[in-house]
Design a binder for this molecule. Structure first.
Ligand code: ASP
Ligand code: MG
Length: 477
């Protein structure tokens, strides 16, 4: 029988929790609280705003812009200021942090020079943007040491293996689990360390090139680490955020919102796919696959009872619709075919064209006629899609008309079991219709967890209010 170690909490702190002395002290307070009854692994992002600066440094180095030196100076200064604020100048931790910073800044300067000599490439971009996490995490581990906590720093390229899709790499879970069992579990077991501080955001390919997991990727790092340790420990993840948890509607668009205290992975995935940016959908996939419970808690108010727990279990209560979600800025593409050429035959070519060009399809809407395909894309991709279609062999030809509407929003009602419940679609139609909101298209996810309506952007706020009142404020549905 496996001898289970005591409980383990993997906690992720994003850039908004890594700003200054106060935020580092807050992290220490949180970590100490959990150390009383479990082991702690921290996964940290770069200091607030640093990843953007590193990417700017990369871009400016590519165009041989001298400003790139200024950016490095700025990055250096932000970290120096932090080190002076949180560490005693006479301490070993202060000196360790200063020399780590200096070494890494020198490496960055050299990388900038390398870019000017060779052609810019995504692998160098990933390497450069990984420095933010290295610096913040190293400094955090030194800070924890300075307050007498036994901490250890790990750079995640030594623990996480990914594919070589630079800037949006996907973890290779099996390989990573094996590596973590070999390299990390022994140090977890030997009890010499209280807190293991791991960098978020990046891993490396099997041939040891650093890859990043995409913007906001540190959430995913926490999920990958917990997944890999799930058989060795009793794991849970806490994502510390600048909000108290997942809300049932976007507070920027809705007057009324409520905290979702418990939600299932499948529902949370729908929510994060449709607008709620709170966690990366892939990170929820991994949590679900490993059956790892997670919590989203407020960094400002860590002991509050108001937080969201995400588990595999679907809580069935009287509210079938748990949340109203929306994507405010969206574009909708309609391709209208000639009657002679049914579009259904060309749909697969269309979707591979979009897929091969990294276009994210937000929804696909079926129409009863065969000569029409409608789909939603990110607003930012609209020009690219227009260009791709108009220049393609197939769709550029005159017998297809391409229409792109950039003034639309998506609203969706979300909840497990929703589409087995009669009347949901009808109720969406009537409540929007009664309020003079015209539905331009509808779509339903294959997961049966959402029902989506596409409307004019000018109606978005009103639609959310109408749906919130129709489904959530009334206990019957
Ligand atoms: N620092 C990275 C970013 O800003 C990763 C993260 O924050 O999760 O995207
Ligand atoms: Mg960040």
């Amino acid at each position: 029988m496996v001898n289970r170690m005591k409980d383990l909490v993997v906690m992720k702190f994003g850039g908004s929790c890594l700003k200054n002395k106060d935020s580092f002290q807050q992290i220490a307070k949180i970590v100490k609280h959990y150390l009383a009854h479990s082991r702690v692994i921290t996964v940290t992002s770069a200091l607030n705003g640093i990843t953007d600066k590193l990417l700017e440094f990369y871009t400016k180095s590519c165009s041989e812009d001298n400003e790139c030196n200024l950016i490095i100076e700025e990055i250096n200064n932000i970290h120096i200021k932090l080190i002076y604020a949180i560490l005693d100048e006479d301490s070993a931790e202060f000196h360790q942090s200063r020399s780590f910073l200096q070494k890494n800044i020198e490496e960055l300067i050299q990388l900038g020079q390398v870019i000017r000599l060779i052609r810019p490439s995504l692998d160098i971009q990933d390497l450069i943007s990984s420095y933010g996490e290295k610096l913040s995490t190293f400094i955090l581990s030194q800070f924890l040491k300075s307050i007498d906590l036994r901490s250890h720093y790990y750079s995640s390229d030594t623990l996480i293996i990914t594919d070589d899709n630079f800037s949006r790499a996907l973890p290779l879970l099996e390989e990573t689990e094996a590596l973590i069992k070999e390299k990390f579990v022994p140090s977890l077991e030997n009890n010499a360390t209280d807190i293991h501080c791991i960098t978020g955001y990046f891993g490396s390919t099997t041939d040891k090139k650093i890859t990043t997991l995409g913007r906001g990727g540190s959430d995913l790092t926490a999920a990958i680490i917990a997944y890999s340790l799930r058989t060795a420990c009793n794991c849970k993840i806490i994502y510390w955020k600048d909000v108290k948890g997942i809300l049932n509607a976007d507070p920027k668009l809705s007057d009324k919102t409520d905290l979702l205290k418990q939600i299932s992975y499948v529902e949370a995935k729908e929510l994060s796919f449709f607008g709620s940016k709170i966690l990366h959908p892939l990170c929820l996939d991994i949590n679900e696959k490993g059956n790892i419970p997670s919590e989203i808690r407020s960094f400002e108010d860590p002991e509050s009872n108001e937080y969201t727990t995400i588990t595999r279990e679907i809580i069935q209560d009287e509210k079938i619709v748990k949340a109203i979600t929306s994507i405010y800025q969206l574009s909708m593409v309609t391709i209208i075919g000639d009657t002679m050429i049914p579009l259904s035959g060309t749909a697969s070519k269309l979707f591979s064209l979009l897929g091969n060009n990294n276009i994210n399809l937000v929804f696909i809407s079926q129409s009863s006629s065969e000569n029409n395909i409608t789909f939603g894309i990110d607003f930012e991709d609209s020009k690219k899609v227009s260009f791709l279609l108009r220049n393609s062999e197939l769709f550029g030809k005159q017998w297809f008309k391409i229409k792109i509407d950039n003034e639309i929003s998506l609203v969706a009602v979300i909840g497990a079991g929703l589409l087995h419940t009669p009347g949901i679609a009808g109720k969406v139609f009537t409540s929007l219709g009664d309020n003079n909101i015209n539905i331009k298209a509808i779509a339903q996810g294959s997961s049966e967890l959402n029902f989506t309506a596409i409307i004019d952007r000018s109606n978005c706020k009103k639609a959310i209010k109408v749906l919130y009142n129709a489904f959530i404020n009334r206990p019957s549905m």
